[in-house]
Design a protein around this ligand. Structure first.
Ligand code: HEM
Length: 142
């Protein structure tokens, strides 16, 4: 990622954190429109869910700080997600809900550059999480 992309992500993350409740409402609404079958996986009220969404974005941000150190952690997180019932194809749906939420929350600040920066970051994290999930799946059949 370029320094400019890192800058854009930090700036927009700060803005999203200030509107975490609205962001969570928009994110989960869009997610369950796209994939209603995911609804039972998520429990908790809006407080809990908005905290989780910000945690999720925080994990993405951590990836900027120390991409190498995070590799094992993200793989372990991907393996835990497989345990929650998350399948590979769900990552694209969550990514789409995340972008829709950002478009709404950031409005005119959601420029094509901002979208590209978050997409690059999400895809790096997604790749590692899927690799972690594949490793546990592999171990399970051995
Ligand atoms: C870049 C992608 C993602 C990140 C960074 C992320 C991050 C997190 C984090 C930090 C947690 C807290 C628990 C833990 O660490 O294991 C969590 C929980 C969870 N995530 Fe994700 N996640 C991602 C993608 C997904 C996807 C694609 C799904 C599919 C629906 C999903 C569903 C869940 C569920 C069901 C929980 C548990 C929720 C609960 O206990 O209510 N996540 N996620």
């Amino acid at each position: 990622m370029t320094p400019q992309q890192v800058h854009l992500i930090r700036k927009t993350f700060a803005e999203l954190s200030r509107h975490d409740h609205v962001a969570a409402l928009v994110f989960y609404k869009r997610l369950f429109e796209l994939a209603p079958e995911l609804r039972p996986m998520f429990r908790g009220d809006i407080e809990v869910q908005s905290k989780k969404l910000i945690d999720m974005l925080g994990v993405l941000i951590a990836m900027l700080e120390r991409p190498l150190g995070l590799e094992l952690e993200l793989k372990a997180m991907g393996a835990r997600h497989a345990g929650y019932g998350v399948k590979d194809e769900h990552y694209a749906v969550v990514g789409a809900a995340l972008m829709a939420m950002m478009a709404e929350a950031l409005d005119k600040d959601f420029t094509p550059e901002v979208r590209a920066a978050w997409t690059a970051l999400y895809s790096a994290v997604e790749t590692l999480m899927k690799a972690g999930a594949a490793e546990v799946a592999h171990e399970a059949v051995r």
